[in-house]
Ligand binder design. Structure first.
Ligand SMILES: [Zn+2]
Length: 215
């Protein structure tokens, strides 16, 4: 949810907050709104900022550590960026929830939603089988995709399975690192299943225009 800050008085704080906007993805030094608060006995500064992009002006809370010179947390939190083009709604909804869970440090929830993303891809491409293992195998025979990506999908399936059950047995841990790698990998899968073709289409349409120009 985005809250826009328009018609507000700007503050004059000395703390520079430069980050990627969680609303519009724009990188910038955020504008001060109101006065920041600092604990007397710590280096932590708390305050409100506004995205400098005038099309956005999105609101953000932050906590900054003056000693370590880093942003401790923001709300909304930043999410891993990805290209949404051509991804069907059900697949997109599942993956977006995986990304939102990750950005809020809910790694097990994120792993479960990555597995759901795979389920939705199988359903979208009419891959059949009694369980997700079989459906992924069937998916591999139905779409043009590198074998390594299909094998990786089986790994992600196991991660999601561990996340959903108390007796974790395949992965030692489901933490930030495991989930970040899984999200990056899922982005590659989504590109291969939904985006290569449209990119190729764009390239071909360029070529056609060039040929017409040459004729
Ligand atoms: Zn913004």
């Amino acid at each position: 949810m985005i809250f826009k800050l328009t018609g507000v008085n700007q503050g004059s704080s000395g703390t520079r907050i430069s980050t990627r906007c969680p609303h519009c993805g724009h990188n910038g030094t955020f504008e001060s709104i109101g006065n920041d608060i600092q604990n007397n006995n710590s280096n932590r500064v708390f305050g409100i900022r506004r995205c400098p992009n005038e099309k956005c002006f999105g609101h953000m809370f932050f906590v900054y550590d003056k000693g370590q010179k880093n942003i401790v947390v923001t709300h909304p939190s930043d999410t891993i960026p990805f290209d949404k083009e051509n991804i069907p709604e059900n697949v997109l909804n599942a993956f977006q929830e995986a990304i939102l869970s990750h950005s809020n440090n809910c790694f097990i929830a994120s792993a479960i939603m990555i597995r759901k993303t795979l389920e939705e891809i199988c359903m979208d491409r009419n891959a059949t089988g009694n369980n997700l293992y079989k459906r992924l195998e069937d998916l591999g025979s139905k779409i043009v995709i590198p074998q390594e990506l299909i094998e990786g999908m089986q790994e992600l399936r196991l991660l999601g399975n561990d996340a959903a059950h108390i007796e974790s047995n395949t992965f030692d841990e489901i933490g930030k690192n495991e989930v970040e790698i899984s999200i990056e990998f899922t982005k590659e899968i989504l590109k291969a299943v939904y985006q290569y073709e449209s990119l190729l289409g764009k390239l071909r349409s360029l070529k056609k225009t060039k040929e017409e120009e040459n004729n």
